[in-house]
Ligand binder design. Structure first.
Ligand code: DWN
Ligand code: ZN
Length: 409
């Protein structure tokens, strides 16, 4: 039992069910010069709130440290993410009859990968993102971006300037915010009457059922379910009215539709009941998950070690945050995985946090032709397998680490 308080409801009695050890910050790739310097590690323990069911980590690393100092993640490196964003924008424009007098606000707008679709249609937008590299990219793409963290204070400032949003979009951000209630209170204040909020995030049910333990890292303070989102938004006079499921996005993503007035769809009722029946309202299901994690880590290490004993060379694909958790929490060093490749040029030439594999361009897979490549960015499995056809045609094979380690030739 932890003495921490729940990030959503403030209750005590959080039940810790998984301890991934002390790990470095998942996106804190290193320069060569930094390899010999000190590297902070932080406890990565996961707990369940029996009062409101929110799953959350106990350690809180300052958001500035995580998202301002050296955050190089750009959403536009995935064709799948770009296509998903484009569909979402088109759906919203059609369903909400958005036009030149509308305002679409995106919280954590990154490099403008989503808002650009509204700009192309002449619909006013406002991006909000404190991370310099993505915000620079957004501004270069013509997306007005406030370089701040969103909260009720910023919402009050915007409404004080007479601005209210017809649509508020929050993709992959609700899991990241220390002040969950401040963000939702700000959404309530900023949302125009009749407006809609869409909150998109990987779903904790898939995280557990597909054993996606590597998606646990310090950027993700909490791990959302329909049940925990429903409780959170209702606390602020908002209503969870609809939910969409995208099984192949980021390992299983839900998009929650929230508004000022109640209009609950059958899909929400069904999913709430499903979570209850599967035991996600209690801590036991999560304790079982912890055992599954240990089995996967052992199986992956066995696979890698036996390959190395046979003299095989192993690399990895995707300098992803989840990759840093997988490598560090499982103890996969350069003795097992020599290097990591990644398409993001800002990550190339740097080194993985904690385990220090060099990060190289994807072309290195054909140049070096390692026998095996651990797919750290498994959430882009199909895209990467297709993209790396040349490496595979020459006999190379991928290892997809979760839900159970699988070799794909
Ligand atoms: O919540 C978050 C998720 C949505 O994205 C953020 N906190 C951080 C980030 O997590 P991640 O780094 O695990 O996400 P990705 O998108 O799985 O990372 C993929 C990595 O792989 C990126 O560095 C880009 C790279 N990549 C690549 O090299 N070739 C990606 C694709 C699609 C490719 O073809
Ligand atoms: Zn709670």
């Amino acid at each position: 039992m932890s003495d921490a308080r729940c990030r959503s409801c403030g209750a005590g009695g959080l039940e810790t069910f998984l301890d991934l050890g002390k790990t470095p910050l998942a996106d804190a790739t290193l320069t060569a010069a930094e390899l010999t310097g000190p590297e902070d590690r932080f406890p990565l323990e996961v707990a369940f709130c029996p009062t409101c069911t929110l799953v959350q980590i106990l350690e809180e690393v300052p958001a500035e440290r995580l998202f301002v100092d050296n955050y190089l993640y750009l959403s536009s490196f995935s064709d799948a993410v770009l296509a998903h964003a484009r569909r979402h924008a088109r759906d919203l424009v059609d369903a909400r009859s958005l036009g030149a007098n509308s305002l679409v606000v995106e919280i954590a707008s990154n490099d403008g990968y989503l808002l650009k679709n509204f700009v192309e249609l002449g619909i006013p937008v406002l991006g909000i993102d404190p991370s310099p590299a993505p915000a620079d990219a957004a501004e270069a793409a013509g997306i007005p971006t406030l370089r701040e963290f969103f909260g009720d204070d910023l919402a009050a400032r915007l409404t004080g300037e007479g601005r209210q949003a017809d649509v508020i979009i929050a993709n992959n951000v609700m899991a990241h915010v220390p002040d969950l209630n401040g963000v939702v209170a700000g959404m309530k204040r900023l949302l125009a009457p009749g407006g809609v909020i869409t909150i998109e995030n990987p779903c904790v049910v898939d995280l557990v059922e597909r054993c996606e333990f590597d998606t646990i890292y310090h950027e993700h303070l909490c791990y959302l379910s329909c049940t925990s989102v429903d409780t959170l938004v209702r606390r602020h006079g908002l209503w969870l009215n609809d939910v969409e499921y995208f099984p192949d996005l980021h390992g299983g993503t839900l998009r929650w539709w929230v508004g000022h007035e109640p209009a609950r769809s059958a899909s929400v009722v069904r999913r709430l009941e499903d979570e209850r029946l599967k035991g996600f309202g209690g801590g036991l299901r999560y304790r079982r998950f912890a055992g599954d994690v240990e089995h996967i880590q052992a199986a992956l290490l066995d696979l890698l070690r036996s390959a190395r004993r046979e003299g095989k060379r192993i690399a990895a694909y995707g300098a992803a945050a989840k990759g840093a958790t997988l490598l560090n929490a499982t103890g996969i060093g350069v003795d097992l995985v020599e290097f990591v490749v990644d398409r993001n040029p800002m990550k190339q030439g740097r080194f993985m946090p904690g385990t220090h594999q060099p990060i190289r361009p994807p072309e290195a897979l054909v140049d070096e032709q390692p026998d095996l490549v651990v797919m750290l960015a498994w959430n882009f499995r199909d895209e990467i397998l297709e993209q790396q056809r040349a490496y595979r045609d020459r006999g190379g094979a991928f290892i997809v680490p979760v839900p159970v380690p699988e070799v794909i030739t």
